[in-house]
Design a binder for this molecule. Structure first.
Ligand SMILES: Cc1cc2nc3c(=O)[nH]c(=O)nc-3n(C[C@H](O)[C@H](O)[C@H](O)COP(=O)(O)O)c2cc1C
Length: 207
């Protein structure tokens, strides 16, 4: 499915990672779009999977034409592989696959609850379960406000299991002005940091 020779662009192949990006039906799909675009632009391989509601919310928020087959039609790359929500035959449904990490962005409270309780009834939840059992990076960007005690308990559970929880918090010390994209880049940058992907999407403190 992926022609490795055509994707390295020279010396980047050694550092090229395979990252799963899971998109669920919470608000904030622009974060997943920005993350996917950055990973593709920097030579990485992205396995993209959206839940049914994730696809609907993303298309609504990003004003993508109804009925579009791909989640993000403007992102085209031989290194972008899109999977269906119920396709448990995807390689990353197994711990034996060569996957470097997963970002779950945005993560709904429903998917969070399933992961915290070991319910793997779709490919996103199964992939997250695999990351946790294999002790590989799982970065979760939960999106809900305010949070009730069930949400907090579930976040605490997955954090204890090894997931890194990165709520999409606003940055101010970066002086973003009124730029929403600066806020998006800040959150995406923190996600990339925890996937061990080099990036300079924001000015690091002290640099
Ligand atoms: C427009 C829209 C926005 C939503 N935003 C959120 C949200 O920010 N957080 C959340 O937990 N659920 C949100 N939901 C509800 C979830 O989509 C719903 O709980 C769904 O079952 C999640 O399924 P999934 O986790 O399989 O994608 C939203 C639903 C819609 C239609």
């Amino acid at each position: 499915m992926i022609d490795a020779d055509s994707t390295s662009g020279g010396d980047t192949s050694a550092a090229r990672k395979q990252i799963v990006v899971g998109v669920t039906g919470a608000s904030g799909s622009i974060l997943a779009h920005r993350l996917t675009r950055f990973l593709l632009d920097t030579g990485h391989i992205v396995h993209l999977v959206a839940s049914r509601t994730g696809r609907l919310v993303a298309h609504d928020e990003m004003e993508i034409a109804e009925g579009s087959r791909s989640l993000f039609p403007d992102l085209e790359s031989e290194r972008l592989v899109e999977w269906q929500e119920k396709n448990f035959f995807a390689p990353f449904a197994s711990g034996t696959a060569d996957i470097d990490g997963m970002a779950l962005v945005p993560c709904s409270m429903s998917t969070l609850a399933c992961i915290a309780n070991g319910i793997s009834d779709n490919l996103i939840r199964r992939a997250a379960e695999v990351m946790l059992k294999e002790r590989r990076p799982l970065v979760v960007v939960p999106r809900e406000t305010p949070l009730n005690e069930i949400h907090l308990r579930n976040l605490s559970t997955i954090a204890r299991l090894g997931a890194v929880v990165i709520p999409p918090m606003l940055t101010f010390y970066q002086h973003p002005g009124d730029s929403v994209m600066a806020q998006v880049d800040f959150v995406v940058s923190r996600v990339l940091d925890h996937l061990d992907v080099d990036n300079e999407l924001f000015n690091r403190w002290g640099s």
